[in-house]
Design a protein around this ligand. Structure first.
Ligand code: FES
Length: 222
């Protein structure tokens, strides 16, 4: 979904999201999360699940009520030159924004898809190395990365934590971040519907996330 929003386009950062609502329709499901995917001139491209009623209903020219930008942006420090991104299915969208930003900052980027419905490679910047084969997430690649960001299911995050421990002996705090995709009714940190259990206590995905340190989540699991 592309939003014609010239005032929003310069403000959106990789890893952030918008909460959308159709103001013309009484909608019992409140706002839904649209992940920031790309800037197209003065337009903000976001993604919703294809089966979302809002995605099915909206037509070109419709007016949407958007709360954005929300969430903490993903940034890398100067030492993080080699970036590994791990995606699962349609959850790849926020990683494309992160990849494009990292490439613009002259970082090396490898994007790995862990599912059969891989992202179309022709839509990726040529600087992004894209791997879709079953063995793409090798121990060598995990050891290579200065930083990792993943977007997928809890199962994928558990598997990544195990693979990272095997390849790097431990998951260093700050090395890996994972994006949490939960319903976020308010987006303002008020309702706690998006609470995530972490080593630091309950954090809110909408204002403390949506990215969390894998080491915080993983130690909670063990
Ligand atoms: S959505 Fe309400 S606290 Fe996060």
């Amino acid at each position: 979904m592309t939003l014609d929003a010239p005032e929003l386009a310069p403000a959106m950062r990789p890893g952030q999201f918008a909460l959308l609502r159709d103001p013309a329709i009484f909608d019992p499901y409140l706002r839904r999360t649209a992940w920031f995917y790309r800037i197209e001139n003065e337009r903000v491209a976001c993604t919703l699940p294809a089966r979302d009623p809002l995605a099915a209903r909206v037509r070109p020219g419709d007016l949407l009520d958007a709360l954005a930008p929300l969430g903490r942006a993903i940034e890398f420090d100067a030492k993080e030159r080699r970036i590994l991104l791990v995606s699962e299915g349609a959850r790849v969208a926020p990683l494309i924004a992160i990849a494009d930003s990292a490439v613009a900052q002259q970082r090396e980027v490898v994007l790995v898809s862990r599912s059969a419905d891989a992202f179309p490679s022709h839509l990726l910047a040529p600087e992004i190395e894209y791997r879709t084969d079953a063995d793409a997430l090798s121990a060598e690649l995990i050891a290579w990365a200065d930083a990792m960001v993943a977007s997928g299911s809890d199962e994928t995050y558990h598997a990544l934590a195990d693979a990272a421990r095997a390849a790097r002996y431990r998951i260093e705090p700050g090395w890996a971040r994972v994006l949490i995709d939960l319903p976020m009714p308010c987006g303002a940190g008020e309702c706690y519907a998006c609470g995530v259990d972490t080593l630091r206590g309950v954090q809110r995905a909408c204002v403390d996330g949506p990215a969390f340190d894998l080491s915080d989540l993983d130690r909670r699991r063990r």
